[in-house]
Design a protein around this ligand. Sequence first.
Ligand code: FES
Length: 352
Amino acid sequence: MGQEMPQRRPAVHKVRLEPVGVEMEVEEGETVLDAAFRQGVALPHGCKEGQCSACKCILNEGDVEMLKYSTFALSDPEKETGQVLLCRTLVYSDVEVELLNYDEDLLSRSIAVKAFNGKLASVEPLTHDIVRIAIDLDEPMKFWAGQFADLTLHGAEITRSYSMGNPPSEPDRLAFIIKRYPGGAFSTAIGETKIGDPITVKGPYGSCFRREQRDGPMILVGSGSGMAPLLSILLDQAASGETRPVRFFYGARTTQDLFALDVFADLEARMPDFKFIPALSHVEADSEWNGETGFIHDVLRRHLLDMENIEEADAYSCGPPPMIDAALPILQMADIDPARMYFDKFTQATQA
Ligand code: FES
């Protein structure tokens, strides 16, 4: 019998997060963000793959290496001045970083990321290219409204991130809204998945979740499958009994791309001050549409002019990066505090 070789344990380094003074351990070979997920330390993040810049911070000291990332998330001048993306950072010594985007609320509401065994429970078409799927979990997953999870389809071995579209009060049956793209690997594979087939759900992720007990209006801005996290936030807000005004601006191409209108009509009747404001960018010649038209950021601009107490607002934007990049300056020009503007950019490789 041969002798067993001792396994080399990965080196572990300390990472100190300023200005909050939190310290955590990171193993060599794992990113700082993955270590934070493992230990239940909530750091600001979005895409988890170097594309969105939500995890950008300043390296105060230490020896690090960055995995591949997009220069849209971290430009060369930013890198030269010592900024790093925590989702791409490997550490080779003890390290100190200065967080740029964080709030006390985020750090106090950490939930450790875990993998759950799930089974496909239902698939329901919502439009010609959007489906809603439900997944039953073997144990409840605690999450905040607006967060997302990684779904892995077995057999196809494909993993993609999608936001929960149900409120946190339903933690063992999760709903996801999935846009089908021609040739899209995940949406094709989900079409071939049968009811009862296993799906691994890992989460929760995301810092664009509902902040509670705030004054001022709540502004929701989305398009496409960005509906899911905003619907979760809205349903959670409705259940909270809080009475702040809520406005949901939703951009679609045509009437064929709108869905869940009955849910919004019901919420408008039940909530003290809620309005759903859909806008179409393309109105068919024979359409009877008499609602808003144009791009959603233009509609947002017009409505924000008349809103009271807007400087006290919280704004949540979810959807494709160009929509969010157009909406954020408008929210800022309306005097909303940038620290109260939460967003989740759905990149093609993550949420589709
Ligand atoms: S760039 Fe790090 S989470 Fe998106």
